[in-house]
Design a protein. Structure first.
Length: 136
């Protein structure tokens, strides 16, 4: 088996296979901003399969999303207007899709090649998004 196969197998059960490293990473990631550019991918096998290359023009961004029922938050305004106070569920989009949209909004000159999940705990999901700088 090649190197990437071992990496892929380790990521199938990260809590078990990565152990203490896994917990330490999540603790550090919670303290970071919601969208942060990183030097290299955490899951090199997955990044390579999505088109990442270790050269200029490719970015890796890690983003954090809140988990839960994905309801809209109630507006924190004093007056009452029922039309604007709807908190229906926002479904129809996966967490991954939402993560890609948020990163794409921040890095407008880049094109999203793909993304993958790198962690989750009781409160957050973390995704890494592979971006390519558009040279148009």
């Amino acid at each position: 088996m090649g190197f990437y196969k071992y990496v892929r197998d380790a990521w199938k059960q990260p809590k078990k296979n990565l152990g203490v490293l896994w917990r330490e990473r999540l603790i550090l990631w919670r303290k970071e901003p919601a969208i942060i550019r990183i030097d290299r991918p955490t899951r090199i096998d997955r990044a390579r399969s999505l088109g990442y290359k270790a050269k200029d023009g490719y970015l890796v961004v890690r983003t954090r999303l809140k988990r839960g029922g994905r309801k809209r938050e109630r507006p924190l305004k004093k007056g009452r207007r029922s039309k604007r106070a709807t908190i229906r569920k926002v479904v129809g989009k996966s967490y991954r899709w939402v993560a890609e949209e948020r990163v794409n909004r921040k890095y407008r000159n880049c094109e999203v090649l793909g993304s993958y999940e790198v962690g989750k705990d009781g409160r957050y999901y973390w995704f890494e998004i592979i971006l390519e700088i558009g040279l148009n």
